[in-house]
Design a protein around this ligand. Sequence first.
Ligand code: SAH
Length: 262
Amino acid sequence: MSQHYPKKRFSQVFLADKNMVRRMVGLLDAGANDTIFEIGSGRGTLTELIAATGARLFSFEIDRDLIDNLKNKFLKFDKVSIINKDFLETDPAAYYNGRFKLIGNIPYDITSPLLDWMIQYQNLIELAVITTQKELGQRISSGPGSKNWAPISIFCQAIFDVEIALTIPPEAFFPPPKIFSSALVFRPTNKYVINDKIGFEKIVRQSFLFRRKKLTNNLGLLPGMEKEDIEKRLTELGLDKNCRAEQLSIEDFIRLSNKLKL
Ligand code: SAH
């Protein structure tokens, strides 16, 4: 193998601990009938174990310098495709028509855009196993009443049940980062029906604008919104008119946005 040094530009932090690799791939619960998309093949460490499950695998790597080695390594696997592309720019339908599983030990600067990608293609995702910075993992998977409860938790959990499945220490990576990581598992949920997604998003973002302010004060900043009217709606919904955004559940936000109709 020719020398490839981890590149800062692509935030290359390779998962080196074999046991962690095994556990992370195990979370996919993959078999020969599955189709998997992998984000960031790197040196092919996860790729190898996914290939061994017999699943159909599309593995994306943005760094051209890694591609030759990867292609050689997986030449013998006719169900594995190595694709030299930015995954975030990828429409999965160009590769596969149907539902798939997603896995990635991803650079942390693409977590937010990847979550947006997952929300966009939510109907196609059967399961996703994604690494995040530990604190962000806690935020995404937290619940109402917690200081971590935030728009990102709400938008993810409106669509997926999110579970912190693994905590990964720095020394499991090469080069070791300064922070702890988590592997999160996302499973689609049908718990919520949101008719007006745009209105819902707007209400949630606005509600958290100033976390320590009362909900009525944040929403009252929107043009055409009267504080008294919002208070009335909250009371109708059985909510405290002095509440703060972090106390509201996803269901509460859905009901509130249906009433306020932005
Ligand atoms: N999965 C490997 C590599 C992790 S490092 C392992 O665990 O060892 C993350 C990898 O993602 C790097 O190889 C980086 O080049 C790649 N990458 C970064 N952004 C990407 C993107 N937008 N699309 C595809 N690959 C990306």
